[in-house]
Design a protein around this ligand. Structure first.
Ligand SMILES: [Zn+2]
Length: 361
């Protein structure tokens, strides 16, 4: 088969679920401009005229599909508040009259991408969806997420399509995907590997000691990194991930692709440029070709720099297409007080020690 990369876009993501806050407060960063800038940029590079690219559209999901991952009470709460037209679903998550529709499309978009890859319609795919999903819990919205797009899509494949093969989720959003972790904490067939910014003083979810439970022990792996991590050290986690991918041998790799580790992001505190996302995609593609016939689906999670988002998304797509990386002049920044390799050694060594009972690393 000639290489085909599926890109899922839907123009509803560019104009619906508009935050009611006119000023740049935390809640307002998750807004339609994120998707407008991505799509404009991809159209500007004539991506959709490339014969290796094909557009995917979201599946329509019913409430019964949402119920595979979420409680009826919670789904109806989202629907009711959307009908009402406004409100807060949690401390950080706003609702508008079209939130329910858009959140369903986000789940349906991820389902369409995963199906396209596992059914060999696309070699790789990228679900450009919003609102994000990786914090959402079964009965609760959290951190700008309504439904857990990835977890819901996996439950759909499991329960409706009889797809029971092993899956790896690699989460590179700046924040810990506590929602995904909880969904699969006891599941031995879904391995969750998260790289996230971690405050080593205050503590948070996402400790290296959260390893999964029961039959899933050893399949929840957290690689916390310090704030101010740059391109120089972002890929340190691969030393642990590479042997685990080879031993777990998944049928599919899903990347929870958040871009809030970008240096200009208004929420995350890391200092990556688009180079890291390009290198990461190249790495994942090479690993996927070794372990699962190249089957990788990227799913947009966070990322709030309107300059960084389109550049980082396109960097990933360029890597999938086998095209060279194009550095942006404004990304050539010298950061003061850079971290040293030694800052990552303790994390790596401690995590390796914990994982040695489960993996040969
Ligand atoms: Zn995030």
């Amino acid at each position: 088969m000639k290489q085909k990369i599926g890109i899922l876009i839907d123009y509803d993501f560019t104009n619906k679920h508009v935050p009611p806050y006119p000023h740049p407060v935390f809640f307002s960063y998750e807004n339609p401009k994120r998707m407008q800038t991505i799509i404009q940029y991809l159209e500007g590079m004539k991506l959709f005229e490339n014969e290796k690219i094909h557009k995917l559209i979201p599946r329509v999901v019913t409430k019964s599909i949402l119920q595979l991952a979420h409680s009826q009470y919670y789904i109806e709460a989202v629907e009711r508040l959307s009908k009402f037209g406004s409100g807060m679903l949690s401390e950080e998550t706003y609702i508008t009259h079209d939130t329910f529709l858009l959140a369903k499309k986000a789940v349906g978009g991820v389902i369409a991408c995963l199906e396209s890859v596992i059914n060999h319609k696309s070699n790789q795919a990228f679900a450009l969806v919003r609102p994000p999903g990786h914090h959402a819990l079964r009965e609760q919205s959290s951190g700008l997420c309504i439904f857990n797009n990835i977890a819901n899509a996996i439950h759909y494949l499991r329960k409706r399509k009889n797809y029971n093969k092993k899956i790896v989720i690699i989460d590179i959003d700046d924040h810990y995907g506590d929602g995904i972790a909880r969904f699969f904490y006891e599941d031995p067939n879904v391995l969750y590997f998260s790289v996230h910014e971690f405050d080593f003083v205050e503590g948070d979810m996402g400790f290296i000691t959260e390893l999964g439970a029961k039959k899933g022990k050893g399949t929840n792996i957290n690689f916390p990194i310090p704030m101010n991590t740059t391109d120089a050290h972002f890929m340190e986690f691969t030393e642990i991930l590479t042997p685990i991918l080879a031993q777990f041998h998944p049928d599919l790799i899903i990347v929870a692709a958040g871009f809030d580790m970008y240096f200009a992001d208004p929420i995350g505190n890391c200092l990556l440029t688009s180079k890291s996302y390009y290198e990461f995609a190249k790495y994942i593609l090479a690993r996927a070709r070794q372990v699962c016939d190249g089957k990788v689906a990227f799913v947009l999670e966070g990322g709030y720099s309107l300059i960084g988002l389109p550049i980082c998304v396109s960097a990933i797509i360029r890597a999938l297409l086998g095209e060279p990386f194009i550095p942006q002049p404004f990304e050539q920044v010298e950061f003061s007080a850079p971290l040293e390799k030694t800052d990552f050694l303790t994390i790596k060594d401690s995590l390796k020690e914990l994982l040695q009972s489960f993996w040969n690393i």
